[in-house]
Structure formats: C-alpha cells, structure tokens
Ligand binder design. Structure first.
Ligand code: BGC
Length: 746
C-alpha cells in the first residue's frame, strides 16, 4: 500500500514538474533519472543519448510491432489497440500503444471502454473550421490518453480522386489546401495531449479495391500538387510524429519501400522529423524498405525483426541506417512529450465528448436544397413523419479499422460476422435517435416514424403529415469501394414515392461520399448529415428546426452521375491480385502473409492528373449536382469591394454582408485562375474565411494568401515556381458562385 502511495506521489510530482521522466506504471518501482531525462535538452539530443546506451536487439525491438492484440497473439502489455511496440524498461523508454482513431478511439466494445464517436472526417471538413478541427483532434487525443494509448493511427488525408473509395468518409475531401489544413489542425489537437500524431495513408492510396496490389501511375507534378501537397500542408501545421505509408504501389514501388516518396519527398523536401510506419501488412522487404526510408514495420516483425538484425550483422544495412530509424522513433517519443508525461488511464469525460461532438456536427451538416423555405420547420408545422433509415433509433457510422463502437452496442443490431475480418465491416448505428431528437425540439407537433419498408404505407403517412422527412443512407467501410454513388434502388424509389405524396418532402442523407439524386427536382429539401456522430441526431434536429442556422459547405463535389467521374467505371483488380476481406473464414494471419508476399500488381492511371474534384468538373465543363464549397443557410449573404494587394503574402480583402433576417456564419472562399502558361485547371482554392454576421451586419474580411498557394511544381527543376503572368482572383460563397473578381499580375 505504502509503495502504491509513493508511486502515485512520484508520478504526480513528475507530471507536475515535467522535468523528471518516469517509466510507465506497470513496471515502475521508482522513477529513474537518466541522462535523457533532462527536458532542457532537445528531442534530438535526448534521442542520441539513449542510442549510445542501446544494444542492437533493443534498437531492433523499436522498429517493429508485436502482432495484433485483438487477434490474440500479442503480449499482455499491449493495451489492445491495433499496434504496439515494446517498452525498454532498462532505459525508461515507454511502449508506443497505438489505436485507430479517425473519428474517435476504436475498439471500445471489446475492451469495455467508452469513446466519443465524432462526425466522420469528411463531414467535419464541411465546417472549413481550423478551430473545430483542433477541438476534434484534442478530444481524440484526450480519449486516447484516458484509454491508455500513446499514438493515434488516424489522420487520413488522401485526396478524393475516386469518391467511390470506401474510405472517403475517413478523409477530408478533394482539395489539398482545405484537406491538408484541416487534417493538420486535427493532428495538432491530438498532439496537444502529449500523444503521437499520425498522417496516413502516404500516398496516392485512393481506392480500396485491390489496395494491396494496385500500382498508381501518376506524374510527379500531379502528385506533388495534389495528394502529396495535402500531406505537406498537414505536416507543416501539425509536425505529426508519425506518417503511415500506404499499401499500394506508386509508379512501380510499394509506398512502404518507395525511396522517392519516403526519403526524397517526405524526409528531405518536407523535412519530416518523425518516423514512417507501414500500414498493417504493408511492408514487403527488409533491405529495400529500410534503405527507402521505412522506419517501423507494423503490426508484425516479418521483415524488421530478425531479418533486419541479420541484415545489420551482414553489413547489408548499416548501423548508421538503423540508428537513423531508431533516432526518429525516440526523438518523437521525446518531442511529443510522451516520455515526460507518461500515459495514465482515466475515465473519459463522456459529457464533454458529447458536447464537442454535437458542436462539430452542427457545423458539419450541409443544407443542399431548400425550396420555398420548407426548412426550418416552423411553428405552423403540426405534424412531421420521419421515414426510413432507422431514424427511430440511430444514425449510421463508417466501418473498418476506423469504426468507433456504439456505446451499449449498435442501435440496429448487425448480422453475426462470418469471419474475423467481417466483424470489422458491419454497419453500426449510434444510439442518437432523429425521432426522439426532433420530438424534443418540436414538443407541440406530432412527430412520428414509419420504416419505409412498405413505400405505399410511407406515402400515405407522408400524405397525412405537414412535412415528410425521408432518411437515406450509404454505408461505407475500409476494405471495399462503393460500386456506385447511387443510393440503393429501394431508397431512391422510396424518396420518389414519398415526394409524389407530399410536396413538402425533405431528404436527409447519411453518407460518407457524395450521392447522386435522380429525384432532386421532386423534393423540396435536402440535408447532408454525413455520419454525424454520437450527437448527430440532436444537431440535425436543431438544424431542421432552425435552432441552429446551417453553415456547412461541401468539401467534395456532388456529381450528377458516375458517368461524370474521371473514371466512370471503378478500376477493379483481377481476382488473383485481390484479397477478399469479408470472405467467410478470412483470417488475419492468412491475409497478412499473402500481403507480405506481395500480390500481382495491376495498374491504375491517374491521367486526370491535377484535375482532382472540382478541378475536373471545371476543366471538363461538366455540370454538377452540388459544387465544391456549396452550402445553404437560413440567411443570405452579399459580397462586394474586392481589393487584392500582391506581395510575398498577397492580401485579398472584401466585404461580406448578411442580407437576411438571421445571424449566420458564411464561409467565404478565395480562388485563383492561373495564366495559361501555368497549365493549371481553371481554378484553385487559395484561401477562405469563416465570417460571423448578425442580421444586416457587414464585415470587411482579409484573407492572407502565402505565395506557396500560387506556385506550381516544375518537374524539370524539381522545384516550385511562380509562373509570371495575370492571375484572376475570385471570391464568393462556393466554387461556382464567385461574384467578385480582380486580375493582378505576379
Ligand atoms: C488500415 C489502417 C489502420 C490499420 C490498423 C489497416 O488495415 O489501412 O488505416 O490504421 O489497419 O488498424
């Protein structure tokens, strides 16, 4: 007992003073002082001091995982997350306990732990809000720490080249500036808890079909200005400690043994100081991967365990190279604050999590259509029927390794899994009920629910209600792609039938990607709620009733149909180069060993190059359903008075006025059209501002545009260049509504 008290006191003191390092609790007798405990030294100096004391075995032990605990082969010191590196007690080096946490900390159910399911990442990106992004990350970091983890495996920032990608919901949309900035702030928030941040999946991992074998063919310029640019920006803001290399090949080499990506770009050009870890089973070699810049194999030690030790002993991999890998991991442990602030489990602040989740959901929901002001539901609305989408009990979440378990179990019980992998890929519904939330917001009205299984019954319920709200969803998960952006035929049919019965029909979408809307002209309103998280229904009810004025704007284009995409048909792998994750009996060790051997490559050609998202539709002159940057509000805004002062940082100033009767927040966007010589798509987002305005209020807004937002990548000189010429600077409320324009020369 006395010893326990002494330990607690010692720990408390260490945490308070922040000067004296202690090892993690399980093996802590008394806090030890090491030369590297001195927090006045730099992380690099501290790492070097440790390395001097390390044996080769200790070094190697940091460079790989120990298996996946939930598949039962991990050592007991693992906290149950997807990844784990051993501690080195002799030297006071803590374990790195990693957990997936894209939109919240995962795998709570198995461990009997609560974690907050935030709105999914693409949803939250619709807030275009660095402050919310930071809070999003800070909450995840706090809960990781509370649950005993020290590193996130979140931070997905792959640009949406292929919106049918089953992980689109985990990413931040289609523009590198927006995605990179928001992801950077998320990771900054995570790391504010002395937790190691992560960015993934590096790089060009833009579809799930055949992700372990696909070879993404893409030009250097396209890569640098799009997918890699998002990583560069996110890294610049967050200094994330980890970057996870992806499963796919890029221009021939697997991403985790691709020296261009890992060394030339990430470590040299981006000046990344942290460590590269492989996606799970994404390591395919020892010497090649080590030379290319992979620092850590996860989750196993197939290549970076004994084979790496042997490669060092035989001289194939030098001591310096091993020290470099180890240095990156150790300096990250110091730089993140993990060494000085050991993780101590605590009960998470559930209420606090709910609050943050709701605030972010309120900013994420996008009002797409609002004919004749069907919304907000006014006091003259006496009856509302909610139809379909399990809106009586919950809201859907995205699946795969990002899955945040529903507290108390899924509100819609999933079918029993037929394989271990399938248990990762079942739709879970959070217990946030749109029916109950709307009833609470509209106590004087009759708010009811019908399932929609029988469209005729739904239509007659709709007929007798003032307003009908159909809930439609599209579930997404890692390990699969959507065959199409179309909703299921049954849902489309249900919407048509209900809309025919009641002109005041509103559709609420819970999707992780854009959806096509063949019924768009027949419904009065459309609200995109995404996968809105544990307080999603409450936020949605506030938007529907006008308690909250919607502010969200799309971080991704909604095309009219699959036919308008750069690749109208999803590029599918031949069967021999595909792993079927949900095949009955599919088990992880089997899958890992197939992956390690490397599956036969198949090709995708990203010939659309720079034309990702809105840049594609602009350049190809394709009309879209809803453009990038679009979102309605219950008030209206007017733009005027643009002035542009070019310089190292160009200042773009203009006035936004709230011309309606409600307070609101406008997301004002700034785009540039480049001179022809630049060879760029018609426009590029170069900045934005969130402008809060009272009714009738005007504000002058100034958006600083640093020069790197206007440069292009020159392959010949491998550098960024500002192309001299005339630039049109355009300002407005969406990528297709830009009333202000001024031409300036650079
Ligand atoms: C996913 C990663 C994830 C890892 C660990 C992989 O299948 O691609 O995003 O972090 O598993 O769960």
């Amino acid at each position: 007992m006395k010893r326990r008290i002494a330990q607690t006191l010692a720990l408390g003191l260490a945490v308070l003073t922040g000067t004296c390092a202690v090892a993690q609790l399980p093996w802590m007798n008394k806090p030890k002082h090491y030369a590297w405990s001195d927090s006045t030294l730099s992380p690099d100096q501290r790492a070097d001091l440790v390395i001097k004391e390390m044996t080769l075995d200790e070094k190697i032990s940091l460079l790989h995982g120990q298996g996946m605990p939930f598949f039962s082969n991990a050592p007991s010191a693992s906290n149950g997350g997807a990844g784990y590196t051993n501690a080195i007690p002799r030297l006071g080096i803590p374990a790195i306990q990693m957990a997936d946490s894209a939109y919240g900390v995962t795998r709570g159910q198995a461990a009997g732990r609560y974690s907050t399911a935030l709105p999914n990442n693409l949803g939250a990106a619709s807030a275009w809000d660095t402050k919310s992004a930071y809070e999003y990350g800070a909450l995840i970091g706090r809960e990781l720490r509370d649950e005993g983890y020290s590193m996130t495996l979140g931070g997905g920032v792959n640009l949406t080249r292929e919106p049918r990608n089953g992980r689109t919901f985990e990413y931040q949309g289609e523009d590198p500036l927006l995605a990179g900035t928001l992801d950077g702030w998320v990771e900054k928030g995570v790391q504010s808890n002395n937790i190691i941040g992560d960015l993934k999946h590096y790089a060009v991992n833009d579809q799930e079909s055949g992700r372990n074998s696909v070879n993404a063919n893409i030009s250097k310029r396209a890569m640098r200005e799009t997918d890699l640019r998002a990583f560069e920006i996110a890294l610049g803001i967050s200094n994330a400690g980890g970057v996870m290399c992806s499963y796919n090949r890029v221009n021939g080499d697997f991403a985790c043994e691709n020296s261009y990506l890992l060394t030339d770009v990430l470590k040299k050009d981006f000046n990344f100081k942290g460590f590269v870890l492989s996606d799970w089973g994404g390591t395919h070699s020892t010497v090649k991967a080590s030379h290319a810049g992979l620092d850590m194999e996860q989750p196993d030690k197939i290549f970076f365990g004994d084979p790496l030790k042997k490669a060092v002993e035989s001289g194939e991999v030098s001591q310096d190279e091993i020290n470099e890998h180890v240095h990156r991991i150790l300096r990250t442990i110091f730089a993140s604050g993990l060494f000085d602030h050991p993780v101590v489990k605590q009960v998470p602040d559930v209420e606090g999590g709910y609050r943050v989740a709701q605030q972010i959901a309120e900013k994420s929901i996008v009002l797409l259509k609002n004919q004749r002001n069907v919304l907000p539901l006014s006091s003259s609305v006496h009856s509302v029927v909610l139809i379909g989408g399990h809106a009586d009990v919950g809201v859907i979440t995205g699946g795969g390794s990002a899955q945040v378990d529903a507290p108390g179990g899924s509100a819609v019980p999933p079918p029993a899994p037929k394989s271990i992998m399938e248990s990762f890929m079942r739709a879970q519904w959070l217990p946030s009920s749109p029916l109950r939330a709307l009833q609470a917001q509209m106590p004087a009205a009759k708010v009811t629910y019908v399932s929609g299984d029988d469209p005729q019954a739904a239509a007659s319920a709709a007929k007798s209600a003032d307003v009908a709200i159909v809930f439609a969803y599209q579930w997404e998960s890692e390990g699969m792609d959507l065959p199409t952006l179309d909703l299921s035929a049954a849902q489309n049919q249900l919407i048509e039938t209900v809309a025919a019965a009641n002109p005041k029909t509103v559709v609420v979408l819970e999707t992780g990607s854009p959806a096509t809307m063949p019924w768009i002209d027949k419904v009065a309103g459309v609200v995109e709620a995404w996968y809105p998280g544990i307080r999603g229904a409450e936020a949605l009810a506030e938007i529907l009733t006008g308690t909250v004025n919607p502010t969200g704007k799309l971080a991704i284009t909604f095309p009219k149909s699959d036919a308008d995409l750069p690749h109208p048909k999803l590029v599918l792998p031949p069967p021999e180069s595909e792993i079927n994750f949900s095949a009955p009996g599919a088990d992880i060790s089997n899958i890992m060993s197939r992956m390690a051997k490397g599956l036969p490559a198949f090709q995708t050609y990203y010939d659309e190059g720079l034309k990702v998202g809105y840049k594609w539709y602009d350049a190809e002159k394709k009309t879209v359903l809803f453009p990038f940057g679009f979102g309605l509000s219950y008030t209206t805004y007017a733009y005027s008075g643009l002035s542009v002062t070019p310089g190292d940082t160009t200042s773009v100033s203009f006035t936004v006025k709230n011309t309606g009767k409600r307070a609101g927040t406008e997301i004002a966007q700034v785009y540039a059209s480049f001179p022809d010589a630049a060879g760029e798509p018609p426009k590029r987002l170069i900045g934005w501002a969130r402008v809060e305005l009272a009714p009738g209020e005007s504000k002058q807004v100034s958006v600083p545009v640093s020069q790197d937002r206007l440069t292009v990548y020159d392959e010949a000189s491998d550098s960024w260049k500002l192309v001299p010429g005339k630039y049109a600077i355009r300002v407005g409320g969406s990528s297709q509504d830009l009333p202000l324009q001024k031409t300036v020369s650079f």
